[in-house]
Structure formats: structure tokens, C-alpha cells
Design a protein around this ligand. Structure first.
Ligand code: AMP
Ligand code: MN
Ligand code: MN
Ligand code: MN
Length: 284
């Protein structure tokens, strides 16, 4: 089996490492095919691809697009696209564009419960001013002693019904899938178990995703238990989707699963990397 790791983040979104450090870490951990998938951002693709080549690591272009579907935020991973595609570049820029105002609103909401200066605090952790995220607020709330770890932050703050949550309108499912597909890439539903959809809502997500041209689903991810991997292997078969695998690594200090540290895909699934064979950048 190919040790493919097709989901992780650099400091160009909410990871803590540089693309070069991630490439070296992936190689050292035995990854055989890698993709950097920063949230709503492909500004790290040239660096990641060059570093992968220097490390002797086959590479696929990647991103993770924030989408609003049925009132919930869903993440769509794109793999193997042309990173110079103008519509994709513009679509991602528009998606990033809402983050700054959202972050200021989040800080205003936190101030209402007595947590002041959270915007400035979060900014200290931001590597890319266009991608200020809840993760950066979470790091600040831990560092300033409000919470013990980021898991506690996402239980007590920044999520629906809790202080600091701000509803946000991301890209549409249709646009995200079409930007990726029309740029020659393959769209994948990221970590489906995380959305807590009802069976009806989940059926609607996968049906609409397929109808717009979506092709894959993350079966094995750092966000899934073994039972959830089995469950979404069933979804891959039911909807005739290609299976993907990615750690969703963000940081050596925060991530439960390291780059390359995932279990294999369940038997008998067609993988996204077989379908993307012609889009893989071989090392120089
Ligand atoms: P945003 O795109 O600003 O809404 O931030 C979403 C990011 O927050 C995700 O990509 C994760 O990195 C992080 N996140 C969300 N929920 C959790 C959680 N329960 N525990 C840890 N990190 C989380
Ligand atoms: Mn993230
Ligand atoms: Mn995600
Ligand atoms: Mn991710």
C-alpha cells in the first residue's frame, strides 16, 4: 500500500510549520505521496512542491476549501489541480476575504464575556494575514491561560452556542467542487464524521457533491476512529467515490496523528491517488 498523506496544514493557514519542514517531516516519517492542503489557500504550493522534489517525495497539489452547506461548515479537499488556474485562485481569494471581519467579530464576542484583546492575541500566531482562523484564537486562549488546551477551547468557545462563535458564509459546495474540477483536480469530502449530520443531511451532502462533480471522500483521516473509517468505506462504495487518506497534521504539539502515521485504507476501495496518477509531480 502507498503511504499517501493527502491532508495537512502549514503556517500559510493554521499549521505551525513551514512547507519545507512539512516535506522533510513527511519524508522522514515514510510518506510516499504527499499533498499540502492549506485552508482556502494555495500560496504554499510552489514551496511544498519544490521541497518535496528536493526530498525525493512525489507530490500532489492541494487545498482545503471552507464551504457552507445546510447551515454547517463542510471542508472540501482539492487534489491534483493546476495551481495557476485563474478561477480557482480568485475563488480561494474571495473565500479568504471574509476571515478578517469574522475574526474582529469573534474578538468582539469574546470581549462580551470578559476576554479582551483576543484579535491582537490571535494575530501573534498568524503566519498569513489572509488566513486568520479559529485555531489562532485557540492558541491564544491556551497561551493566555483561559483554557488548558485547544480541545477545551473548542468545547467552551468558538463553536455554535458558545462565546466567540460567529456564523459565517463560506463558499458554496457547487463553487468549491467546480473550482477544483475545472482546474483539473479532484474534489474530496474531508473528514465526514466531523459534521454530525443526520443520515438525511449526509445523504444530501454526498448526493449534491456527486451531482456537482465531486469524486472522493476521506475514509482514513486523523479525525476518524477505526469504526468511522469502516463506516465511510461503506459511503465510498455506496456513492461510488474514490477513497482518500490524510493525517490533517497541524502541529507537532497539537496533532494526535503525525504525518504518515495513519492506518491503511480498508481493503477493496479505489483510491484517489490511483485516479490522480497522471497529476503526481515526480521528484527531480
Ligand atoms: P476556521 O476555518 O477558522 O473555522 O477554523 C477551523 C479550524 O479549527 C479547523 O481546521 C481545525 O484546525 C480547528 N478546529 C476546529 N474544531 C476543532 C476541535 N474540536 N479541536 C481542535 N481543533 C479544531
Ligand atoms: Mn485547521
Ligand atoms: Mn478540515
Ligand atoms: Mn484540515
Amino acid at each position: 500500500m502507498t503511504n499517501a498523506d493527502l491532508h495537512c496544514h502549514s503556517f500559510l493557514s493554521d499549521g505551525t510549520l513551514a512547507p519545507e519542514a512539512l516535506a522533510a517531516r513527511a519524508k522522514a516519517n515514510g510518506v510516499e505521496l504527499w499533498a499540502l492542503t492549506d485552508h482556502d489557500e494555495i500560496g504554499g504550493q510552489a514551496r511544498a512542491r519544490a521541497a518535496a522534489s528536493a526530498a525525493g517525495l512525489p507530490y500532489l497539489t492541494g487545498t482545503e476549501i471552507s464551504v457552507s452547506f445546510a447551515g454547517v461548515t463542510v471542508h472540501i479537499v482539492g487534489l491534483g489541480f493546476d495551481a495557476d488556474d485563474a478561477t480557482l485562485v480568485q475563488g480561494l481569494a474571495a473565500t479568504r476575504g471574509g476571515r478578517e471581519a469574522r475574526a474582529r467579530e469573534m474578538a468582539a464576542e469574546l470581549a462580551k464575556v470578559g476576554i479582551r484583546g483576543a484579535y491582537e492575541g490571535a494575530l501573534k500566531y498568524v503566519g498569513n494575514p489572509e488566513v486568520i482562523s479559529r485555531t489562532h484564537f485557540a492558541r491564544h486562549l491556551v497561551e493566555s491561560g483561559v483554557c488548558n488546551d485547544t480541545n477545551e477551547v473548542f468545547r467552551r468557545f468558538l463553536v455554535e452556542g458558545k462565546p466567540g462563535f460567529v456564523p459565517h458564509r463560506w463558499a458554496s459546495l457547487r463553487n468549491a467542487v467546480e473550482w477544483i474540477s475545472n482546474a483539473g483536480g479532484l474534489a474530496v469530502v474531508a473528514h465526514p464524521a466531523r459534521y454530525k449530520f443526520t443520515p438525511t443531511e449526509e445523504y444530501a451532502l454526498f448526493s449534491e457533491f456527486k451531482a456537482h462533480g465531486g469524486r472522493g471522500v476521506e475514509v482514513v483521516t486523523g479525525s476518524h476512529s477505526a469504526a468511522e473509517a469502516v463506516r465511510y468505506a461503506g459511503t465510498a462504495r455506496e456513492f461510488d467515490l474514490l477513497a482518500s487518506r490524510g493525517s490533517d497534521f497541524h502541529s507537532p504539539d497539537e496533532s494526535r496523528i503525525d504525518l504518515g502515521g495513519l492506518p491503511p485504507l480498508p481493503e477493496g476501495l479505489a483510491s484517489v491517488w490511483e485516479a490522480l496518477a497522471g497529476r503526481i509531480h515526480a521528484p527531480a
